[in-house]
Design a protein. Sequence first.
Length: 326
Amino acid sequence: MRFLLDAEQTAFVRTLDQLLAAADTPAVVRAWSAGDHGPGRALWERLAGTGVFALAVPEEYDGVGPLPVEIAAAFVELGRHAVPGPLAETVAVCALLRGLGDRGPAKEWLPRIASGEVLVTMAPAGSYALDADAADAVFHVMADGLALATGHGPVRASLDPARRLARPTGGEPLVTGPAVRDAVREAADWASFATAAQSLGTGLALVERTVAYVKQRTQFGTPIGGFQAVKHQLANALLGLEFARPLLYGAAVALAGGSPVAGRDVAAAKVACGEAAYAAARTALQLHGAIGYTAEYDLSLWIGKATALRTAWGTPSGCRARVLSG
């Protein structure tokens, strides 16, 4: 099936691309990785000004959503530009608070998330929270409900230096009961969906950057981009990404329609986008050679992100199992 964005959605994507292209995101990523969140928070506020986070917030809480197709389109661009921060986790928190309704703290937090006033993240039960050191609130899923963490443990490194992980600590349950479990499951699906979109954008950026590189690098007096083997590798990488794209937008349509198999469709999109981006990263690294390993070279920012997103909010094996289980 072929999915096409309409004129308004295409204009929105173009606006995001222009904003992020002018933001020098590699510098923002490096600052974020070093614990300097100032440039990242400034970029976060500019993204909120375009309505990115309002897409996940219902109208009654000053948002415009939830609009999964627009979220997919926006998060592909965020991945293309390697934007740091708890992006998928913000979508997850919005889904979690929507699911809890008036029982939870939706009225307190959703309008502030939509406006970019606050930066939030979410930690599944027994797991790490992404960017807890930068967040204004860490929504911590506990065995007996949902809590706001009061602190966090030491920040640990990950495959992507911009993904700063820490275990949340403290906090009394805000909400308890079966409704929390249902809302958490829904939130995890939305986080997986947003991660898939980021992965697709990351993979596209890797192919774009590698195509530009092979046009410039020469061997035997000829750009290596003219070699048949190089063309085949890049074509295969792009083909994988383009085959993953319909699965992403298929999942978006399923989420928008409240399909009972939306979770399965999200899992299919997650594994397809994650594996395609990982394959693009391997191709980019091979065609760049040793320079691709260099941390000072911008390509490494996208390679690390593709590798980390591959297992975030759903491992390939876990997603495949969910697809097969129906």
